[in-house]
Design a protein around this ligand. Structure first.
Ligand code: FAD
Length: 406
């Protein structure tokens, strides 16, 4: 870890301590934690993976993952913001963007923006390639039509990376591309044809808006098309590689929540007495605690391994299988660790005097968003068995598997 990143890790620990008392407030009021974002930006944590030449720290994924864990122990909302300000959409721009696109996007993130990645649609969730949103070429612009839902940050994010089926001027399909669109939702300053339709009411991660967006003849200059090296046809797979880093980040948030819950459980077992003894003396609870610690530790090792890896052919992103394995293991185990910690608190864990009930609601998301546990298993098995899983309705149909009636 380089010296400036080492300093940033220390600052992250201090910030985590400062964020902890108000984590419940953001949850209860469902507000975005702007004041934390400002402090994260001042500490150089927003956009720390952006290269130094563009104002970032050029931090590695491993370095940022260590910071995410510290913050996630205290405030899940802030940790998720750090993930998306360093991994996902911004890392796709830094890997595949033109110099002008990088120079356009970096200042937003360094100033505190958490870019939104817009893939999922009402009829295209796990089957992301079946998206219906189109971007049709018209002169030097693309015209985007369609809608996206469950877009994290919709309504607070300024930068958006919108995925769409690309059509040429004659309407011929060219593949899937990413389109960079900037707006300022806080001032209601949205480009013409860009609409925030509604927000979801979620069980956890309550301060983070999840929005449905609609695009109606939204115009995007062709200079804002994010084009991976292999063009539109194979480009989607390359753009989705950026998701490998996002997955490692999301898995780390889950693991960080679990590590935080483990700390709370340890303190509680020492302090709470029943039957005239501290709970810590009961072997049933000691063994539970040991299993929780083992799960957190194994998750951390897998996430660090994935963060350290680089994909084949010099890809700028973690290896797909390592990222899938680490997110799968970390997210499922984090749910179980937080559940066990809550159990150790008895009734207190179920009430809102303790942060466990919030952590339990927060951690539940991580086997769903950013690739479900089932899809991650399918990916891992596919790489073990060298099987290419069909990714679209047509691909299933080509295998003579009839489309089911919808
Ligand atoms: C809090 C949150 C934030 C999100 N943020 C974003 C975001 O910022 N941007 C974005 O684009 N999307 C976002 N998403 C969407 C997320 O990526 C999708 O929810 C996810 O890809 C699953 O899609 P789906 O919800 O439509 O489930 P579906 O695809 O309908 O799946 C339903 C169930 O069936 C299972 N399933 C589906 N296909 C298979 C199969 N072939 N084999 C076995 N099981 C299968 C799934 O695992 C799941 O359990 C977010 C979701 C959540 C909950």
């Amino acid at each position: 870890m380089n010296e400036s990143v080492q300093d940033t890790l220390q600052k992250a620990r201090e910030l985590a301590e400062a964020f902890a008392p108000k984590a419940g407030y953001w949850d209860q009021t469902r507000q975005y934690c702007w004041e934390n974002v400002e402090q994260l930006a001042q500490a150089g944590i927003m956009g720390m993976t952006i290269p130094k030449s563009l104002g970032g720290q050029g931090a590695s994924f491993l370095e940022v993952v260590e910071i995410i864990e510290e913050i996630a122990k205290a405030c899940t909302l802030s940790a998720r913001i750090v993930v998306e300000a360093n991994m996902g959409a911004i890392s796709a721009v830094m890997a595949y963007g033109t110099q002008a696109q990088k120079e356009f996007c970096a200042p937003y993130v360094l100033a505190g923006d958490k870019p939104a990645i817009c893939i999922t649609e009402p009829q295209a969730g796990s089957a992301a390639k079946d998206m219906a949103t189109t971007a049709r070429k018209q002169g030097d612009r693309y015209i985007i039509n369609g809608s996206k839902h469950w877009i994290t940050g919709g309504g607070v994010s300024k930068l958006h990376l919108i995925f769409a089926q690309v059509l040429d001027e004659r309407g011929q399909h060219k593949g899937i591309g990413g389109f960079i669109v900037a707006c300022n939702p806080s001032n209601n300053d949205l480009p013409s044809g860009f609409e925030i339709v509604r927000h979801e009411r979620t069980m956890g991660l309550c301060g983070m808006p999840e929005a449905e967006l609609r695009f109606t003849n939204l115009e995007v200059d062709e200079t804002m098309v994010l084009m991976p090296p292999s063009g539109f046809w194979r480009g989607f797979a390359e753009l989705m590689n950026a998701y490998n880093s996002q997955r490692v980040g999301a898995g780390t948030v889950a693991m960080g929540i679990a590590a935080g819950a483990l700390d709370h459980a340890k303190n509680h077992l020492k302090q709470r007495h029943q039957f005239g003894r501290p709970l810590a003396e009961f072997q049933g609870l000691q063994w539970m605690l040991a299993d929780m610690d083992t799960r957190v530790h194994a998750s951390r090792l897998m996430l660090h391994e994935a963060a350290r890896s680089r994909g084949p052919n010099g890809s700028a992103f973690p290896d797909m299988t390592m990222a899938a394995r680490a997110k799968l293991f970390a997210s499922e185990n984090a749910i179980s660790v937080v559940n066990d910690a809550l159990q150790m608190f008895g009734a207190r864990g179920y009430g809102d005097q303790e942060p466990l009930e919030r952590m339990y609601r927060d951690v539940r998301m991580f086997t769903i968003g950013g690739g479900t546990a089932q899809i991650l298993r399918t990916q891992i098995a596919g790489s073990l068995l060298d099987i290419k899983t069909p990714q679209t309705r047509e691909a299933y149909a080509e295998q003579n598997l009839p489309l089911a009636a919808e």
